[in-house]
Design a protein around this ligand. Structure first.
Ligand code: GDP
Ligand code: MN
Length: 375
């Protein structure tokens, strides 16, 4: 999951990577650092903000106020801008540096380009090296990549690369990228921060957990996962089919099947039936999230039970459907596995009109008919 730039830069600063002085603006513009010029940057977890109008250079405080006011509340690449970062603008040439996990080699990939900036993808392939996941190995790989850079600041880039590597390794990041890295005789500074965290490592990473918890409006899905202990990701705010599913692979298969039929799934989820402890509370919460979208037309429950007793699950599902005040669309359930017949009996009694089947095609066809308004 991508962090917003301000949070990525907070991690950079922790590890001694130079970043410009900046302030977060959510409303009125506070005291600004330095004398300007300044750069106003939309804080949304997405790349390519520069080309989308999310980065504006400003010469005066009045310009900063105007630019921030124009950005706040606007949508940028699918995200509402709730905050801007205002920094003293940096001068210098732009370089590109990144380190990412390379699962295929059990190592890291280090990349560097002298053509940093927003046109990095147009400037041809970026040179990279694979190396072992140790700061020393990254330093060696990087030394090779920056060998032609001027001696005046090459050492600073090497130091930044080593710090970036220890950040990535210590915090178990998937990617740490600086583009642009401003370089020059007066010093090297990270102009941007693209930090991709591994949500499955957050349990071991209190610093990252606290960055996420501090911004529930930006890291909606991540906060949910940390609070709830299971995955729920909204895929499409205009989705028509809410999914209550278990098993990440099975859920992804279902999303693919639906999408291939031209249907619009709303969410991914892995509800983990084994953790429900005899209570419908988790199911009720998921139904609340799903039904909060007005585009919703049907809910599809898809559970493949190995250990879970489907009879027990059906009882919880019936209770959740009854308790959910916001549920206003039909529910279809495909329940396969242990005690499926008992599950059909329980739901047949509690929800007489509801299709409960073991057959995926039958369930998908019913959902499709509901979405299309067919009888
Ligand atoms: P991104 O497009 O989301 O990656 O946002 P960036 O933070 O990388 O900003 C996009 C571009 O704006 C950069 O490549 C720079 O060309 C420019 N930019 C951003 N910050 C500064 C700055 O402090 N000074 C200058 N001169 N340009 C900046
Ligand atoms: Mn950038």
């Amino acid at each position: 999951m991508l962090l917003i730039e301000a949070d990525g830069k907070a991690l950079f600063a922790d590890h001694g990577i130079p970043v410009p002085e900046g302030v977060i603006v959510t409303d009125a513009v506070p005291e600004l650092p330095g004398d300007g010029p300044w750069v106003v940057k939309a804080q949304v977890p997405v790349g390519g903000r520069g080309k989308a109008g999310g980065v504006v250079l400003c010469a005066s405080r009045a310009d900063v106020a105007t630019a921030a006011a124009a950005m706040l509340g606007r949508r940028l690449k699918g995200h509402t801008i709730d905050a801007c970062l205002v920094e003293q603008a940096t001068v210098g040439q732009e370089r590109y540096i990144s380190i990412m996990v390379d699962p295929a080699s059990y190592g890291l990939r280090v990349m560097y380009s002298a053509q940093g900036g927003v046109e990095i993808e147009q400037s041809g392939p970026v040179e990279g090296r694979l190396c072992a996941p140790h700061p020393g190995a990254v330093a060696d790989a990087l030394a090779d990549l920056i060998a032609d850079e001027p001696a005046a600041w090459r050492g600073q880039v090497a130091a930044i690369g080593k710090s970036l590597a220890s950040l990535l390794i210590e915090k178990e990041l998937a990617l740490a990228e600086i583009n642009p890295l401003f370089v020059g005789d007066t010093g090297c500074v990270a102009g941007d921060a693209k930090v991709v965290i591994d949500l499955n490592a957050v349990d071991r990473q209190p610093r990252i957990a606290s960055l996420i918890a501090a911004r529930p409006a930006i890291y909606v899905d991540a906060c949910r996962k940390l609070a709830e202990g299971f995955d729920y990701v909204e895929l499409d705010p205009d989705g028509e089919i809410g999914l209550v599913t278990t098993g990440a692979g099975l859920s992804m298969m279902l999303i693919d099947e639906l999408t291939a039929r031209g249907a619009k799934p709303l969410n991914f989820c892995d509800i983990r039936t084994g953790q429900m402890r005899g209570s419908p509370a988790r199911l009720i919460r998921v139904l609340e999230w799903i039904t909060s979208r007005s585009s919703l037309k049907a809910v599809l429950v898809n559970i493949f039970a190995g250990i879970t007793d489907l009879g027990e699950f059906a009882g919880l599902l019936a209770a959740a459907i009854k308790a959910s005040r916001s549920l206003h669309v039909p529910v279809v359930a495909r329940l396969v596995g242990r005690n499926a017949a008992e599950a059909r009996r329980i739901l047949g009694e509690a929800q007489p009109g509801m299709l409960v089947t073991e057959d995926l095609e039958e369930a998908l066809a019913r959902v499709d008919a509901i979405v299309r308004g067919l009888p």
